[in-house]
Ligand binder design. Structure first.
Ligand SMILES: *Cc1c(COP(=O)(O)O)cnc(C)c1O
Length: 380
C-alpha cells in the first residue's frame, strides 16, 4: 500500500488490507488441510464483520468469550461457535446455549451447574472443560493463563473424573505469541496430566496464542505435532483458535501530527492515543513499527510520538525520520489490526479511529466512522 493511496483519509483510521488477511488465512488453511485440525478465529483478538465472509471461506467459525461475541459469531460469521467464559451467568446461559455449537466450562462447578442444562436447550451442543495444563510459556504474567493463582482453567488437582460423562472434549489455552516449541511443551504437560482421559473425548482444543502467520514460525512442525497427537489418541479431532495469527500484520493505523512541542526533545502530538487506540503498546508493552521511521538516532530527525490525551504516559515511543516532521504530516503505525479496535476506548473523550478496508482491487472503503454519540452513548 503506497502512502498516496490513503491521502486525504480522515484520521485516525485503522485500515485492514484484505489481501494480507487472505494471505494469513491461506497459511492457516494449509495447517487445516495437512493436519486435519479445524481452525476458528478468536473474536477477542480480531472481530471485523466486514471480512467475516472472507474468513468463512477458510476457517470453521469463531471462538467467542460470552454472549455478545457468540451473538456476533452467530449473526455475522456462521459456522461453529465455541463459547467460553470464566463463569457463565444464569440469565445468559440459555441464549448462549441456543446459538453455540460448543460450550466450554471453566470449572467443575460450572460444568456441574450447567452441563446437563445446556443440552436440554440445544441437544446438539458439544460440552467441554477448560484445562489448566500448569505449564507457563507466556512472555508476561498479564498474558499467562498458567500463572500462579490463575482462575483460567481446571488443574488436575481440581479435576473431578466423575464429571467425565458430561464431556465431549477438553480445551486448553496457555500460549501467547508462541512458537511451536512452546506448544510442544504445553502439550507434553497436558498429556502427562490429562492424557488418560482422552479416550472418551471427541476433540481437544489447543486454544490460541499460536503465532502461525509470523515469519519464521515452523508450520511444518506444527502440522507434524498435530498429526502426531492425533495418531496417539484414536484420531481425536483437534481445534486451534488463534486470534492474533488471523489479524497479524494485516493493516495499520493512520494518524496525523497535530502539533510539535520541544521540551528537551521534539515531541509530536498525534490525533490518536497509545492508551485508547493501541493499548497493547502500553500493556504488553511493545514498540509498534512506524512506516519510514527507525530507532532514535538511526535517522537524522528524532521525535517522541505521543497521544492527544491528558495521560502523561500516553506515548507511542521515540522514532527517527529522514526529514523533519510538520503539522499535518501522516504517521502510520504498522500492524494495528489485532487487539486494537476490539479493545479501544473513548478515554478522555478522544475520537475513536474509523475502520477502513482495502479490498483485493486496492480500493479503500470506509466501514465505520465514530463521533460524539459513541462517546455519549456509553455514558448516558
Ligand atoms: C485470547 C484467547 C484466544 C486467542 O489468543 P491469540 O493469542 O489471539 O491467538 C483463544 N482462546 C482463548 C480461550 C483465549 O482466551
Amino acid at each position: 500500500m503506497e502512502l498516496s493511496d490513503i491521502d486525504g483519509i480522515a484520521t485516525p483510521c485503522y485500515v485492514c488490507e484484505e489481501s494480507l488477511l487472505e494471505r494469513n488465512l491461506k497459511i492457516l488453511d494449509r495447517v487445516q488441510k495437512e493436519s486435519g485440525a479445524k481452525i476458528i478465529v478468536a473474536l477477542k483478538g480480531f472481530a471485523l464483520p466486514a471480512v467475516f465472509p472472507l474468513i468463512r471461506k477458510y476457517l470453521h467459525g469463531c471462538a467467542a468469550s460470552g454472549l455478545h461475541e457468540a451473538m456476533l459469531a452467530d449473526e455475522e460469521m456462521g459456522g461453529e461457535v465455541h463459547t467460553y467464559s470464566p463463569a457463565f451467568k444464569e440469565k445468559e446461559i440459555d441464549a448462549i446455549a441456543a446459538i453455540s455449537s460448543h460450550i466450554v466450562f471453566n470449572s467443575p462447578a460450572q460444568l456441574q451447574r450447567y452441563g446437563l442444562h445446556v443440552k436440554t436447550v440445544n441437544p446438539n451442543i458439544s460440552v467441554s472443560l477448560r484445562i489448566n495444563p500448569e505449564c507457563s510459556t507466556s512472555p508476561t504474567d498479564l498474558y499467562n493463563p498458567c500463572a500462579a493463582f490463575s482462575r483460567l482453567g481446571t488443574t488436575i488437582k481440581q479435576f473431578d473424573p466423575t464429571l467425565l460423562h458430561h464431556l465431549d472434549g477438553l480445551n486448553f489455552h496457555a500460549l501467547c505469541e508462541a512458537d511451536v516449541q512452546a506448544l510442544e511443551r504445553v502439550l507434553e504437560a497436558f498429556e502427562e496430566k490429562f492424557g488418560s482421559f482422552l479416550d472418551s473425548m471427541k476433540y481437544v482444543n489447543f486454544g490460541g496464542g499460536h503465532h502461525i502467520t509470523k515469519k519464521g514460525y515452523d508450520i511444518d512442525r506444527l502440522i507434524h505435532v498435530i498429526n502426531d497427537f492425533k495418531s496417539r489418541h484414536h484420531n481425536i479431532e483437534v481445534y486451534l483458535e488463534p486470534g492474533e495469527a488471523v489479524g497479524w500484520q494485516t493493516g495499520f493505523l493512520v494518524t496525523t501530527v497535530l502539533d510539535i512541542v520541544d521540551n528537551g526533545m521534539k515531541i509530536a502530538i498525534l490525533d490518536s492515543s497509545a492508551e485508547a487506540h493501541m493499548p497493547d503498546t502500553l500493556i504488553m508493552p511493545y514498540r509498534a513499527d512506524v512506516r519510514g521511521a527507525a530507532l532514535p538516532g538511526e535517522k537524522p530527525y528524532t521525535y517522541r510520538l505521543a497521544g492527544n490525551t491528558c495521560l502523561a504516559g500516553d506515548i507511542m515511543g521515540d522514532y527517527a525520520f529522514d526529514t523533519p516532521l510538520h503539522r499535518g504530516d501522516t504517521i502510520i503505525f504498522e500492524d494495528q489490526i489485532h487487539y486494537t479496535f476490539v479493545k479501544n476506548t473513548t478515554f478522555n473523550g478522544i475520537q475513536l479511529p474509523s475502520i477502513a478496508l482495502i479490498d483485493r482491487n486496492k480500493k479503500l472503503h470506509i466501514i465505520k466512522n465514530f463521533g460524539y454519540q459513541n462517546y455519549k452513548n456509553r455514558l448516558s
